[in-house]
Each structure stands twice: as structure tokens, then as C-alpha cells.
Design a protein around this ligand. Sequence first.
Ligand SMILES: [Zn+2]
Ligand SMILES: [Zn+2]
Length: 333
Amino acid sequence: MKCAKLINKEVKIVDVEKPVFGNKKGAIIKVSGCGLCGSDIVKINHSTKENEDKVVLGHEITGIIEDINVEIKGFKEETPFKKGDIIAMGHHYPCFECKYCNHKNYSMCHTFKNSNIFPSGFSEFVYADENHLKYTVYKKNEALTNEEFSFLEPLSCCIRAIKRAGLELNKDNSNYNCLVIGLGSIGILMAQGLKVFKTNTFGLDTDKNRQEFIKKFGIYFRDDIKYDIIFMTSGSNKALETALNLIDFGGKIVVFSSIEGDLGYKNNDIYYKELDILGSYSPSPDDLYLSSRFLKEKKVNVQNLSTNYKLDNLARAIDDTKSRKILKAYITI
Ligand SMILES: [Zn+2]
Ligand SMILES: [Zn+2]
């Protein structure tokens, strides 16, 4: 079967063995498509010839359960998975037992970091183990296309960041001025997620087209107020300075992307303004569950956010994402 691999730091579509159960329990998923995540591009950029064999590209998967050899229900779901179910899934699950899980830092758990789908989201089939099924796989409903449901994992990352900032769902959070810096696809999801959490939500991007595009979600920027919580989805160095200028006393800055170099937040800004600087990395099963609900109930709109590419054109999709020609690529397998 076809599968994307890194060879000499270049993305190539190669022929690999289709995954089989052997003596393992789980499901074989026939992949319909997979979103291209900013973290895939970071992985490609940071890969070396020595480790590139271990790089798993693509984790925003949708597909159909082709075969399943275990009776198992999804997280908070009513009925067990069966052959033919159309699903979306994430790639990591925590152990729920270690110190990190105990402190709710699920994405820092060793099991979380070491669990993965096989061989990669950009391939014709993947193997999902029992815990993937239990904690990361969700059935699609009629309201969504596969492409739309592929936002399950990226939206859940945003929900995690919103919860990390201390915001609770079903509370009136309108006394929090929240700003999303960076209005790419993740920024758009974050801003919409914040609206579901009923915050006073704003967005900022240096790209005029992106600043214009977000208006259709009712998101604007104001330069005459300070912000209580700022979400950094931009990987640009300049964004740090912008955030420090716009944050209010006692505010929180949620760091949500890697940046080039080793710039940091200034000690005295943190001290005198009593700031909280938080990192948010990857979702817990509960965040994936909320994400599936927000998508299925159309609380977050992802229609026409992504551009479709065939697997053979993955390298072009990567180039178009890097050059900001598109907001987000969805790779049809
Ligand atoms: Zn992702
Ligand atoms: Zn753990």
C-alpha cells in the first residue's frame, strides 16, 4: 500500500506492507483522508537522516473501520465499534496512572508520547490498538463530511488550551477578554472554541487577508483594550512582543506553537504584571470527546477551511501551507 515517508528529509510516497493484526487486538482503518498539521511540518524541518525513519507523519485521520477483532466502546460512547463505522481519530492516549496523568498533564505522560498509530496518517491503512479505540476514535455523524470531521484532533488541541487557561464550559466567561494571535486554521478553531466557552473573543494576525477572513466568524481586533488571556498560535518571534504589549495585569499567555530560536518572556514582565505563562501541547481523551461534540453539533464551523490534495501531491500541499497560500491541507488517500 502507499504511505508517505521521509527519505533524505524529503517527503516521498513509497510502497509498504499493509498493517495486519498478527496477535494484537484492535482495528484496521482504511484511511479516507488526513489533515496536514503544522506539527507535521515542524517534524519534517527538525528531522535528521538518522531519525527520519521513525517520524510518523499525519495524525488527523478520518476513515472507515475495515476490520476489527475486539468488542470495545469509544470514550463516553454508547455502542461498540463495528466494521463499516466511519470515524475520525487522534494518535496518542495517556495511561491515567502516572504522576503526569494525576496532575492532568496527560500529554506529558510517557505512554501518551510513546503511543502512536501505525504506520502513518498519510497511508492507505492504519492499525489502531485497543486504547486508540477506547480513547481517541469517534464515529462521524450525518451532519459532517469526512474532511470536516478530520478537524477532530486539531480542535481538541484548542479545547485543551482553553481549559489550560482555566476556562470552564457552560460558565459565563464574558468577563474575560481573550485574544488569539495568529489566525491560521488553528487560530480560527481556537477563536471559535473560545466563543463556545462564552468568552469575549478577539483575533489578531499580521496578514490582512486572515484578519479579514476571521470577521465571518464575528471575530475582530481592538487595540484600545488589554487582554486577560492571550493564545499564541503564531510561530513568529514578533508575536511575543505583541502579546506582552497587549496582556493585562494578572493575565495569562498560553503558548501553543514552537518558534524559531530561543526567545522567551521577560522575567520582569512576568513579575510586575503577575502573569501566568502556560504551555499547551496535545489533547486528553476528554478534549477529543468535547471536540467531537462541538463538530457534530456544528458549534464550531469548519466548512471550506481546508483545501483538498491527493496523497501523491503531499509535497505540494506542504509547500502551499508553508507559503500561506492555503489555510489548511486535507490529503485525500
Ligand atoms: Zn495536529
Ligand atoms: Zn500517564
